[in-house]
Design a protein around this ligand. Structure first.
Ligand SMILES: Cc1cc2nc3c(=O)[nH]c(=O)nc-3n(C[C@H](O)[C@H](O)[C@H](O)COP(=O)(O)OP(=O)(O)OC[C@H]3O[C@@H](n4cnc5c(N)ncnc54)[C@H](O)[C@@H]3O)c2cc1C
Length: 459
């Protein structure tokens, strides 16, 4: 006999807990199921630990540059990797335990620990228990992908999850994948003191960004001593004693990079292959992402998919926004939609990249008349004062509507600065609103109105 609930939530990532608590608060009898660690990827192996580690790496970097600021440190700068990991673990534990306590103490909410599988359209099994509900919310997230690269089975390698256990300094870390996850780890470990090589299959880093952004980030990383191998079309692995030889077969340079450790950061796959979706006839696309409509309904009435597993976002804020959309639709009579949101994210290399809306490439492809303004961070007073002038800011505006189309801000504090642009985009206000705003001096954000006063037609 199944235990019946009003709603079942599968997964305790960035959408599930808030949704479960909201539904329970509305008087529904709710079950939530977690197979691993409360809080999911972001809390345990994603955003929170990586940004905590990035902060340690930045502390080392700033300490090494202290002399430039007239601050003299006697002796060399050493990084204690055990302490770095302990600090990260403390921050993660606080979040992970916080989610667990919150869920377990919420009235009307029952927590199940185990692997959930659909038995049919309205029943889910967890270990030896059977649960049933008319409404089921899938928030199972994703994991690091492991493509069938030549020789991968012969060597040991790390991914974003196993990197969390590293409490030593790899002598030479070879990072396979020059995109968001790979770049953050690459810079972090270089700053901890490892030799680092990035091996990227494509002709440039982070290919979703504009070329000038890719190039600027490549320069930033190379200036810190990171080696970068692009166009590595035929990646393969071989064991060489206690080391790993990575065949890169690039158009120039050595054909093999020998590292002490390898990090595979080549994308993510949804956790939908072991969920029994076929038993409930829930449709997925070719890559395993659950297909949803603009309000996150699957093809099966009463079943919804939120977060990374629906392929409509790959960030904590998109997963959380999915929760808000479903809660608004089901509980508030407010018809919010996925298509209401504007693309926004940050890449936490240092200095960070803050992104909103369209890239320059996308604007050009759209064929619309547009205006563009660019400013190097070397012409931003705040960056000069801090001695951190790497990067540049680009803003694009629709020439007819005067609305901001997008921005790529690469520079100190730009993960925060981007929000001044994002909020005006949400307001659908003309750029002149922000151009005429009086911003605080000296900040990076104060240059946004100045830039908007310098817009030129996009040739
Ligand atoms: C290294 C790294 C750094 C990142 N940094 C950032 C960042 O700075 N900013 C940002 O916005 N995003 C970042 N992300 C992405 C972010 O972590 C994810 O987008 C976010 O966690 C997705 O949340 P989610 O709720 O969809 O799934 P998840 O957080 O992955 O949670 C899914 C949960 O479901 C559970 N589960 C899966 N299958 C089952 C099952 N069958 N039964 C029971 N439970 C199950 C899992 O154990 C997990 O706890 C990063 C990701 C990585 C890998």
């Amino acid at each position: 006999m199944a235990t019946t609930y009003d709603a079942i939530v599968i997964g305790t990532g960035q959408a599930g807990p808030s949704l479960a608590a909201r539904l329970a608060g509305a008087g529904m009898k709710v079950a939530i199921i977690e197979r691993k660690r409360f809080g999911g990827t972001c809390v345990n192996t994603g955003c929170i630990p990586t940004k905590t580690l990035v902060a340690s790496a930045r502390a080392a970097h700033v300490a090494r540059r202290a002399g430039e600021h007239g601050v003299m440190i006697d002796g060399s700068i050493a990084v204690d990797m055990k302490k770095v990991k302990e600090r990260k673990d403390t921050v993660v534990r606080r979040s992970n335990e916080g989610v667990e306590k919150w869920l377990k103490s919420t009235e009307n909410l029952t927590v199940y620990e185990g692997h959930a599988r659909f038995v049919d359209t309205h029943q889910v099994s967890v270990s030896d228990q059977l649960l049933a509900a008319d409404k089921i919310f899938i928030n199972v997230g994703g994991r690091a992908s492991r493509p069938p690269l030549r020789g991968i089975d012969q060597v040991s390698y790390l991914n974003n999850s196993t990197m969390m256990d590293v409490d030593f300094l790899p002598k030479h870390l070879v990072v396979i994948g020059g995109s968001y996850v790979g770049l953050e780890f690459a810079q972090m470990y270089r700053r901890f003191g490892s030799e680092v090589t990035i091996v990227e299959m494509g002709p440039r880093l982070i290919q979703r960004e504009d070329e000038d952004v890719s190039e600027a980030i490549m320069t930033i990383l190379e200036n810190e001593g990171i080696k970068i191998r692009l166009s590595a079309e035929c990646i393969g692995f071989e064991k060489r004693g206690d080391k790993v030889a990575v065949n890169v077969d690039c158009s120039s340079g050595d054909k093999t990079v020998i590292g002490s450790h390898t990090l595979l950061a080549v994308g993510r796959v949804p956790n939908t292959d072991d969920l029994g979706l076929e038993k409930a006839r829930i449709a997925v696309d070719q890559r395993g992402f659950i297909q949803v409509d603009d309000q996150l309904r699957t093809n099966v009435p009463g079943i919804y998919a939120l977060g990374d597993c629906n392929g409509r976002g790959a960030f904590t804020h998109t997963a959380y926004n999915d929760y808000e959309i479903i809660a608004a639709n089901l509980l508030d009579g407010d018809q919010r939609r996925v298509s209401d949101r504007i693309t926004a994210y940050a890449l936490y290399v240092d200095p960070p990249l803050g992104r909103a809306g369209m890239t320059e490439t996308e604007v050009r492809k759209s064929g619309r008349k547009a205006l563009i303004a660019k400013r190097p961070m070397a012409r931003v007073g705040r960056a000069v004062e801090k001695g951190e002038t790497q990067g540049f800011m680009t803003v694009l505006v629709d020439a007819e509507t005067k609305e901001i189309l997008g921005a790529s801000l690469l520079g100190i504090e730009c993960d925060e600065v981007i929000h001044s642009i994002l909020d005006v985009m949400y307001a659908k206000a003309p750029y002149t609103v922000i151009q005429r705003a009086m911003h605080i001096h000296p900040t990076v954000t104060e240059l946004i109105p100045t830039m908007l006063g310098e817009l030129k037609p996009l040739e």
